[in-house]
Ligand binder design. Structure first.
Ligand code: NAP
Length: 303
């Protein structure tokens, strides 16, 4: 029996394991893909306090080692279900069942991809899904942001402070994001809107060299030379299997506030998988610690 079962081995989940172990609890972290989460793919992390510059893979390895040195156990398995029997939570994976007294859901999100031919091949070589993480590497360069939501608009604003030129490529002529953000961008000399345009491909041999676009209204095909492409077309939570166990919002994120409490006693949500405004490494780490301490409190009151 584990005190705390943690589903997801990204920053939130591994931070929860560190805090759980340090509080003397037996913790298990179950991860279906890569320990470390999304940040594993970032070439450099330069926005985490105290870590001036570190690769995403090194950061992730350090975090995993830290949790394991403290005694956290890990399993590389895919979680299928969580159910409750007589006050005990049972995490069911594709291989085993793990009884736990408390559970922390830290499943993160997946960035929605464009699904075009060269996107995966050039990921990390000019294609990025995180302007805050990677923007500084494009200082003085021309880049494009794809999307018309708040994330794309905020990314464009952020990048306009570093980059020579920022193209905002959106498939419609109206933005889903807030108009005041659009207004801010309109005032910027180095931001250009490319509307009604869909991305046909991202071209470049080893690094991104240009975008291949089609204007939906005129049918015209055209290219824009850029060094970076920031894809900001929404995020996909991966919480379907928890629907019914905990309450989800209309977009599929787990309803939990800053205390990381879900609608189900003894089940906590940490990091990008829960409803929140800011999804960053720092906020994931904060959530991991809050959720673990809340789980410890739940254990002391119920076991
Ligand atoms: P979003 O609001 O879902 O916007 C996604 C954008 O990407 C939309 O403009 C959409 O176009 C476009 N898109 C989707 N699939 C596409 C595809 N296959 N090809 C091209 N374009 C595609 O996502 P988000 O901007 O990540 O925001 C997510 C949530 O977080 C929203 O509720 C947002 O308001 C919130 N958020 C809030 C803040 C804040 O400061 N308050 C900041 C960031 C995000 P269409 O418009 O044509 O569908």
């Amino acid at each position: 029996m584990y005190d705390i079962g943690i589903i997801g081995g990204g920053t939130a989940g591994l931070t929860a394991a560190i805090y759980g172990q340090r509080a003397g609890k037996r913790t298990l972290v179950i991860e279906g893909l890569n320990f470390g989460g999304q940040i594993v793919n970032s070439p450099k992390v330069e926005n985490y306090p105290g870590l001036e510059s570190i690769s995403g893979s090194k950061y992730s390895m350090n975090l995993l080692n830290q949790a394991m040195k403290l005694g956290a156990e890990t399993a590389s398995e895919r979680v299928k279900e969580v159910r409750e029997e007589n006050g005990i939570k049972i995490i069911v994976t594709d291989q085993k069942e793990y009884p736990c007294k408390a559970v922390i859901l830290a499943t993160g999100v997946a960035h929605r991809h464009l699904g075009i031919p060269q996107e995966e091949a050039l990921a990390g070589s000019g294609v990025s899904y995180c302007a805050t993480c990677d923007g500084a590497f494009f200082r003085g360069k021309d880049v494009a942001v794809i999307g018309g939501g708040n994330t794309a608009l905020q990314d464009a604003e952020f990048l306009s402070n570093y980059c020579n030129k920022v193209y905002v490529v959106h498939r419609r002529d109206e933005f889903r994001g807030e108009s005041n953000l659009v207004d801010v961008l309109k005032e910027k000399d180095n931001v250009e809107f490319v509307l009604d345009s869909i991305v046909k491909d991202i071209e470049g041999k080893f690094m991104v060299e240009r975008l291949f676009l089609r204007n939906k209204k005129t049918g015209e095909d055209f290219h824009i030379p850029v060094s970076g492409v920031f894809v900001a077309i929404g995020q996909i939570p991966q919480n379907e299997i928890f629907d019914g166990l905990v309450r989800l919002d209309e977009n599929g994120f787990i309803l939990a506030s800053e205390d990381c409490m879900t609608s189900h006693p003894g089940i906590f949500a940490a990091g990008d998988c829960r409803t929140k405004e800011v999804r960053q490494l720092t906020t994931a780490a904060a959530d991991g610690s809050v959720a673990a301490l809340a789980a410890c409190k739940y254990l002391s009151m119920n076991f």
